[in-house]
Design a protein around this ligand. Structure first.
Ligand code: SF4
Length: 371
């Protein structure tokens, strides 16, 4: 029999997490114990990439159906919010700073990349501290950082606001489009549109929030939950643990990523995030407005809030004709269901955000779908 995997806390090196014999061992274990037909969702786009890149879907027994979820922050950003960023870029007084993966994402009529080609001052930064430096270097202009991301990135944005406050930097602002993950999973489950038996919970997000915020899914909805990492054996172990929970009829929350996640998470990061932001409704592509799933700057930090400081006229929102990103993000369709997939829509000429982001389902299917 091939060697069984050690617990993730015992494995130390990346080749162990990609060891073919161990993977065969876990797959054998999954096949032996999987009897019921089950549907599992990987929430996170990073997990979708791992699953597609390593052909994990094809290796699993027919009893297990895998769906991709809404865990790609670029993909779930609504056109109406992208349009606000693009409208700000048209203001000659403003320097836009953003992570690079946002530039090609199409809004209703344009993108940040197009806004830059049209003369807007749009700069790629690698951290919020870089954005803050742009503000220091340009005291006569306003600098807006496009804040996209989940609980993983929000604390770093909060840290930059605190730093700006400490240094008395008055020309630094955030367009806060951040989103919180547990509320959108609750909304997805409440919609009843997709029936799930198990959830692969996001690893990086859970490193900040811990595993406890997923307990509602197990306790209130009977969904098996496992938090895991991003190597192939992490994902296989999580599937094995999910199948075990489901076959035993005992849904709970387990961690297959103990090298990064604890039940309580990173309290320093959480406290920082909650000190600067408060939960608010947020618009998700494909999901509409989800209560309590966004983050808005608290009143004491409103001078840093681009939406409160600038008049933004993003114009009417237009959805991309034929693009089914919203359905894909809700797990009701897959990229090959889209008529534009691989034809009118490719990574070079993306029609929707799921083809732009490296963690988008359409990009993953495009690059690895034939594996
Ligand atoms: Fe949208 Fe392109 Fe994906 Fe179709 S293939 S859903 S157009 S991103």
């Amino acid at each position: 029999m091939p060697p069984q995997p050690q617990a993730d806390s015992i494995m130390k090196f990346i080749d162990e997490f990609r060891d073919a014999d161990m993977a065969r061992g876990v797959l054998g274990q999954i096949r032996r114990q999987s009897r019921r037909q089950v549907r599992l969702m990987e929430f996170c786009g990073g997990h979708t990439v791992t699953i597609m890149r390593h052909g994990i879907r094809q290796l699993l027994p027919d009893t297990i159906e895998m769906l991709s979820g809404p865990g790609c922050p670029v993909c779930v950003t609504a056109n109406a919010d992208l349009d606000k960023a693009i409208a700000l870029a048209a203001n000659p007084e403003i320097i836009i700073t953003s992570f690079g993966d946002m530039l090609k994402v199409p809004g209703s009529r344009s993108s940040l990349q197009q806004a830059r080609a049209d003369g807007g001052d749009v700069r790629i930064v690698y951290s919020t501290l870089d954005a803050l430096q742009v503000a220091r270097d340009n005291p006569d202009r306003s600098v807006v950082f496009i804040g996209i991301g989940f609980e993983t990135t929000a604390p770093t944005i909060a840290a930059s606001i605190k730093k700006a406050e400490e240094e008395g930097i008055g020309n630094y602002h955030i367009l806060s489009l951040h989103k919180l993950c547990p509320p959108v999973i609750k909304a997805l489950l409440d919609s009843g549109e997709v029936k799930l038996d198990g959830l692969i919970c996001p690893g990086h997000v859970s490193a900040v929030i811990g595993s406890r915020p997923w307990e509602f899914a197990a306790h209130d909805y009977g969904i098996a939950c496992v938090v895991t990492g991003f190597e192939p054996l992490d994902v296989l172990l999580s599937v094995d643990m999910l199948v075990n929970q489901i076959e035993q009829g005992k849904p709970t929350v387990e961690i297959a990523y103990r090298r990064g996640v604890t039940p309580d998470g990173n309290l320093t990061a959480q406290n920082l995030m909650h000190a600067v932001f408060e939960p608010s409704p947020a618009a998700w592509r494909g999901m509409g407005t989800v209560p309590g799933s966004g983050l808005t700057l608290r009143e004491e930090y409103e001078r840093f809030d681009a939406e409160r400081v600038f008049d933004i006229d993003p114009g009417p929102t237009v959805e991309h004709k034929g693009c089914i990103c919203g359905d894909i993000l809700r797990g009701v369709k897959t990229p090959p269901d889209c008529k534009l997939f691989r034809t009118a829509c490719t990574p070079e000429r993306p029609v929707g955000p799921c083809m732009v982001s490296s963690e988008g389902s359409c990009a993953s299917y495009y690059h690895y779908g034939s594996i």
